[in-house]
Design a protein around this ligand. Sequence first.
Ligand SMILES: Cc1cc2nc3c(=O)[nH]c(=O)nc-3n(C[C@H](O)[C@H](O)[C@H](O)COP(=O)(O)O)c2cc1C
Length: 384
Amino acid sequence: MTAFSHILNVADARRAASRRLPHGLFEYVDRGSEDEVSIATNRSELDAIRLSPAVLVDVSRRSTEAEILGQRQPLPLVIAPTAVAGLVWHDGEIAIAKAAAAAGIPFCVSTQSITAIERIAAESGARLWFQLYVWKNRQRMLALLDRAWAAGAETLVLTVDTAVGPNREYNLRNGFGIPLKASWRAGLDVALHPRWTASVMLRALATGGVPTYAHYPDGFRTKLGRAALSDELSLAADVTWEDVKLLRRHWRGKLVLKGVLRVEDAQAALSHGVDAIVVSNHGARNLDCAPGPTQVLPAIADAIAGRLEILADSGVRRGADIARFLALGANGVLIGRAPLYGVAIGGAEGAGRILDILANELRITMGMLGAPALRDLRLAPSGA
Ligand SMILES: Cc1cc2nc3c(=O)[nH]c(=O)nc-3n(C[C@H](O)[C@H](O)[C@H](O)COP(=O)(O)O)c2cc1C
């Protein structure tokens, strides 16, 4: 019996996380935007994808090995960048990155991480990618990239689906924002979750002060500094293909665009020398009328015809969802909330439990499908 043997699937971890985390933080992790149509779309479109089983195939040896951006890895997974993992668990980014290292998959550090990339690199041993939100001050942005490169990030992920701040009304109602602000509502929420308060908040206060974005310059941590720097560091709404050119010139590693949902944009990524795209609607957190990535992935894969690597995310809760994305033409899949639920209930061990569950579900699905390797996964003919 392991410590998390009662957690049998991602939904169990989500329920346990909802009890442990303050309500405002749990909703920030879990919910979507506006009327949350897109969350339902992601789920229903994934559920609608049927995979075709081949029978009488020897599946006694199955391999979930994949090649992503030139690296062979035991699972076709990458940990998606998620701001504030470090609020969900003390040093949560390091904890998830340790689980990723144990599973042999990359961990993508967020620009808005609570823990700095240097510490994640030193303490986790994981292969690191770095996700970028473009700041209005491009010089500061390039300085941040130099920092990420020096810390060992091998791949840069430019998020292209967040040109403006998303409309998440629950955050306003809950008084949730970063840097954390004191309010009666937030105080009550914290008081009602003593385990989280003791293990995350009080530890943070004792070691480094109120948790905030670690990659923002030091001045950002003071109220005055925040006011002065806020314009320079707010997310630029004028990010264009010119920025992709700038990043392609500046960044020596692989370059990935995350949040592509159009064939034309995938083709433009190809002509700009990008190495991979992530077909994603940001886990339904941004644009509530966005298509589910599974709705556009086949057309993008057709048009790209192997000339660019295609990754995908949004909505993976089962190993079968990973198989669905791969059968539609993705080379690899990112997971965001699933490891966050895991880390919320048990740090690196909890995140590791989620990776084990998803890997095991994927292996069972492959066995049932008569697919000894990931390339053997097939869609059922439409109407089947
Ligand atoms: C709490 C949270 C924070 C996120 N922060 C970022 C971020 O800073 N940058 C980014 O590109 N995507 C961010 N995402 C989106 C994820 O990278 C990913 O696209 C999404 O979570 C995938 O959907 P899933 O959660 O259903 O797996 C975030 C997602 C969550 C749940």
